[in-house]
Every structure is written in structure tokens, then in C-alpha cells.
Write a protein that binds this ligand. Structure first.
Ligand code: KE4
Length: 428
């Protein structure tokens, strides 16, 4: 596969931007080789600057759930463009997207739009503390809630991918209030509450973990967290930046039937433009400025272009049968991957839920980050390269999840399974 132009563009980029990228995981550091420089995307495909076509299972890390550059999203954006790109003033499109989010997500009675998942998580932690008057927060090892200082403690995603011991530049005073527990370990959470009476504002987690590979909640885990937070006068917060509108139209909370007090969102609700959001019970959200004293602001928050892309994306998703299609596409894909690994005699464990899937090249089960780290990341790097050469673009990290879309066709899935069969045989 000719990647000359990608290599030229990327080596120039490294002189201009740290690591040549705008976000670390894109640099292929943990899988080796050169990043593929994208030229354009459409549906389930990405084309690089050398003209190679890939079936894309990253989907811009989640937003492209209806397929990249969906014609109806593009048309809606073209129309919105004529009216300007940003107002910095209230606009009716914010009402529209807010109504759709409130109507879809069980915990959300009121919502605030921001520009990224990181911003949403930063703000929600400030709100948790403002509402309870308590400073400590519990997160789980391997979960990633954006790059704000307080969350860079045993974080997942790029932090795990690059094996960083958390980040320099984060003062101890900031992270001393961040307590961590292993995912799926309810007893550890109960102990933290017992050791820190009346000091913990709440628990924040990915209800399905997509930033340490793919880890699903064990039966009773989410329900248990709902109970233990209530018992301790603390808040339960689901970070649904990745799972929101992907695990179901109402997110993981609708699928698992556990309603948190607050929810963060992003990715899908922006339809590929920068949008994040946090929302929840009116009683709590009314603390947010200017309704209440908790300050949070943003120049481009709620801008008409991003609102337009989000509205159209959710309109497409709420059409009858969307999630059945996503579920069946992903189940077929995952079953094919699993049997391919088995035929190659490789250690393999994983699963899929709706339009998300993930696997580890190790014996299962993987219930937390410690067990995820026992996966063979070096062999994953070889797999990633072999799949790229066969025109399949997987997340360039063993600690990320895979994403399907409404655009992935039967042929795409069959070609992908065939590529896995050949690649597993090659690396076995
Ligand atoms: P952003 O600030 O990247 O929009 O969102 C942060 C975030 C918060 N919460 C969850 C559950 C997330 O998955 C994310 C971002 N996800 C990563 C992918 N694992 C973004 C990709 C990247 O960092 O380039």
C-alpha cells in the first residue's frame, strides 16, 4: 500500500505540532508505524492522501454514527451556513437540540451545551461539588473523562495508550481529591465512602467503558452504585460522552435502566461538529450560572452550525429501526472477529453492545483496567498494521473501543471479517 504522501505530510506535521497531531491517540504511538493522513470521509469509508480507501471503525471516535458526511447532515449545514457560523447569542436551534436531548435521556430535565466532552466533565464535577459542598470525587481506573487536571488519575484512552504515569503539570493539590477504584468493584467504592464520611460529592463513570478497550458493567454494578451514592448523600454521574445515543437512543442509562443524577454527553450530539453537554435534575442544573452561582461559560457553546449537525443526527437516529440495524451489524461483525480469533488459536476475549465493540488479545474475562493491561498490546500492534494493509481502519490503540455506523454495509462487514481471518492467521 502506497503511503508516501501520508508520510510526507506527517513528517512535516511533526515540525509544526507536538507529535504531529492535534490529539495524542492519533499518532499511532502504541501500534507503531506511520499514521494515515485522511483526505476525506463518506459513509463507512475514509480515503487517505494517497488515495487508499479504508472501512472506518473509529468514526471520528464516535460522532459518525450515521456514517461520515451524511447527505442530510451536510445539506442541513449548508443551509445553516447561509445564516452565519456563530451568534454568541441565544438561538432557537439550542432549544430544539435541548428538547431532543431532554426527551431522549432519562436523567436529563435541563441541559447546558459546551464544546467538548472534556468541558462537559470539568463542568459536571464543579456542579457536583457546588451542589453537595463536598470536594472528593470517585472515578474508576481506566475510565477517561477528558483531559482536565482532576481526571488525569489512572485515566484511560490516550493516557493508557501512551502508558503515561498520569501527567506532569497537574498539581498534587488538584488530584488529592480524586479517589479511584477498580471498575466493577462495588466493595471498593463502599470502602471509600466509609473512609471519607460526608466528604465525597459523587461517583463519575463510563457506564460502559470505551477508554480501556471495552469493559461492560457486571450485573448489579450500576444498580449498586445508584444505591451507595443515594445512601451517602452523593451524586451518581454517567459520563455518556461515548455511550450517549450509541448504546441506545437514551444512552446506557436507558438500556440498563439505571438513572444517574447527572449525565455528560458529546460526540454523537454534535454530529461531527464540536459539541459537549451536561444535564440532569432541574434541582441541580438550576445551580448553573446565570440561573445559579456555579460559573461555566463558552464563546462557541450552542453555536448554530453545531446545533444543526446535532439535531439532524438525532433525527436520523430516532427513525424506526436505527438501533436494530446498529445492533445486528455489530453483532455480526463481532461474532466474525471472535470466530476468526478462535480459528487462529489466539487468546481472545471481548464483546459488543449496540454500535460499540471491543476485544483483547488475552484470555478473558476483562472486568477492570488491571485485567485489560494483561492484553498483548504488541501483538495488537501487528494486528492493526495487518488490518490497515487490508483496508480496515481500527482504533490505533488496544485501549480504545470500535464503533460501527448506520452506513456499514453487509459487504463492509464481510470484507472486515475476511481481513480479520487473514490478519489473525498472520500474527498467530
Ligand atoms: P473530548 O474532550 O475529547 O471531546 O471528550 C473527552 C471524553 C470524555 N468522556 C469520555 C467517555 C470520552 O470517551 C471522551 C473522549 N474520548 C476519546 C476517545 N477514547 C477521544 C479521542 C481523543 O482523545 O482523540
Amino acid at each position: 500500500m502506497n503511503t508516501n504522501r501520508s508520510q510526507a505530510v506527517f513528517s512535516a506535521a511533526q515540525e509544526l505540532m507536538p507529535g504531529g497531531v492535534s490529539s495524542p491517540v492519533r499518532a499511532f504511538k502504541s501500534v507503531g508505524g506511520q499514521p494515515i493522513v485522511f483526505d476525506r470521509v463518506k459513509g463507512s469509508y475514509a480515503w487517505d492522501v494517497d488515495g487508499n480507501r479504508f472501512i472506518d471503525y473509529v468514526g471520528s471516535w464516535g460522532p459518525a454514527i450515521c456514517g461520515h458526511a451524511h447527505p442530510e447532515v451536510i445539506a442541513a449545514l449548508q443551509e445553516a451556513l447561509e445564516k452565519g457560523t456563530s451568534f454568541g447569542a441565544p438561538c432557537e436551534l439550542e432549544n430544539k437540540l435541548a428538547e431532543m436531548v431532554i426527551e431522549a435521556v432519562p436523567s436529563v430535565e435541563m441541559v447546558r451545551f459546551v464544546n467538548s466532552g472534556t468541558e462537559a466533565c470539568m463542568a459536571v464535577l464543579r456542579l457536583m461539588r457546588a451542589f453537595t459542598g463536598r470536594d472528593k470525587v470517585i472515578k474508576f481506573e481506566g475510565c477517561y473523562h477528558g483531559h482536565a487536571d482532576m481526571f488525569l488519575v489512572k485515566a484511560g484512552s490516550g493516557v493508557a495508550t501512551l502508558g503515561l504515569p498520569d501527567s506532569p503539570g497537574v498539581p498534587r493539590s488538584t488530584t488529592s481529591n480524586t479517589l479511584t477504584a477498580p471498575y466493577n468493584d462495588l466493595e471498593a467504592v463502599k470502602e471509600l465512602f466509609a473512609e471519607n464520611p460526608d466528604a465525597i460529592c459523587g461517583v463519575i463513570l463510563e457506564p460502559v467503558v470505551g477508554n480501556a478497550g471495552f469493559i461492560t458493567p457486571e450485573p448489579g454494578f450500576l444498580e449498586g452504585l445508584r444505591e451507595v451514592t443515594k445512601e451517602n448523600g452523593a451524586l451518581l454521574v454517567f459520563d455518556e460522552v461515548m455511550t450517549g445515543f450509541r448504546i441506545s437512543y437514551g444512552g446506557a442509562q436507558a438500556r440498563f435502566g439505571v438513572t444517574p443524577d447527572l449525565t455528560t454527553m458529546g460526540k454523537v450530539i454534535g454530529g461531527g461538529l464540536p459539541v459537549g453537554a451536561y444535564g440532569g435534575r432541574k434541582e441541580i442544573m438550576s445551580m448553573v450560572s446565570p440561573a445559579g452561582p456555579m460559573y461555566q461559560a463558552g464563546t462557541l457553546s450552542g453555536n448554530p452550525l453545531a446545533m444543526t449537525a446535532g439535531i439532524k443526527t438525532l433525527e436520523l437516529l430516532r427513525q424506526e429501526g436505527s438501533y436494530d440495524k446498529l445492533e445486528s451489524t455489530t453483532q455480526k461483525l463481532f461474532a466474525g472477529i471472535q470466530s476468526a480469533a478462535k480459528s487462529a488459536g489466539l487468546p481472545f476475549t471481548g464483546s459488543s453492545i449496540s454500535a460499540m465493540f471491543g476485544f483483547y488479545l488475552c484470555e478473558g474475562p476483562v472486568r477492570n483496567f488491571e485485567e485489560a493491561k494483561s492484553a498483548d498490546t504488541e501483538r495488537f500492534g501487528k494486528l492493526h498494521k495487518a488490518m490497515l494493509e487490508r483496508g480496515i481502519y481500527l482504533a490505533p490503540s488496544a485501549f480504545e473501543a470500535g464503533f460501527t455506523s448506520l452506513a456499514h454495509s453487509e459487504d463492509d462487514i464481510n470484507s472486515t471479517i475476511k481481513a480479520f481471518q487473514e490478519s489473525f492467521a498472520e500474527i498467530a
